[in-house]
Design a protein around this ligand. Structure first.
Ligand code: GRF
Length: 201
């Protein structure tokens, strides 16, 4: 399966996927491109270091969400994508993307709690004792589509948003490649909101 990864930030989840693909000849995924919504996303450098094609589609260059999404879809098609992997991509795509590609996203909270861009800070401020990681299929709503996998991360009494996010990222870097591998091998079946896993061959 040929995937294009969309990033806005540091790209540590992109790196975890690139490392997992490289270290497992049976992974079944080729990262054929990385698209960022601005040119100083750290993920672009990681892609270049790995010899992966990159593309910048600037939010500000587009008149509407639909135009921006159209440019992302065209770019991903040109790169040869079968699927899109959102890895810290901070823009919401319109319906065209969801109807063109299967799309996966990773969210640093236990959905449906704390959707949106500040999930780690909001979970900490709310006082939850456990938060975590959610990997889900993307639908038209934010952090909402069918849940593929979740893993809990306990909140420590002295946590800051940074320390908590660091432990969440450790889980993400293991869980996301595992889910993407299963997806590429056709092991995930979606029935309404429920995702069923088929055992590995
Ligand atoms: C991750 O915590 C992910 O869950 C969230 O954004 C963060 C991206 O981190 N959507 P990175 O850019 O992969 O390091």
């Amino acid at each position: 399966m040929r995937v294009v990864v969309l990033v806005s930030g540091a790209g540590s989840n992109l790196q975890a996927l690139l490392d997992a693909v490289r270290s497992d000849p049976d992974f079944g995924v080729e990262v054929v491109g990385v698209i960022a919504d601005h040119s100083d996303a750290g993920g672009l450098q990681r892609a270049e270091a790995a010899g992966v094609d990159t593309l910048v589609v600037r939010w500000g260059d587009h008149a509407s969400r639909e135009d921006f999404t159209g440019a992302i879809v065209a770019g991903a098609k040109a790169l040869g994508a079968d699927a899109l992997i959102l890895a810290g991509f901070m823009r919401v795509l319109s319906r065209e993307a969801v109807s063109t590609f299967p799309i996966l996203n990773i969210h640093p909270a236990l959905s449906p709690a704390f959707p949106g861009a500040n999930a780690v800070e909001e979970a900490l401020a709310y006082g939850v004792k456990t938060t975590g990681v959610t990997v889900h299929f993307v639908d038209e709503f934010v952090d909402h589509g069918p849940i593929i996998a979740q893993e809990a991360v306990d909140v420590e009494p002295d946590d800051t948003p940074q320390s908590l996010h660091e432990r969440i990222r450790k889980v993400e870097h293991r869980l996301y490649p595992e889910v993407i591998r299963a997806f590429a091998k056709g092991r995930l079946r979606v029935d309404g909101r429920v995702v069923y896993w088929r055992a590995d061959d």
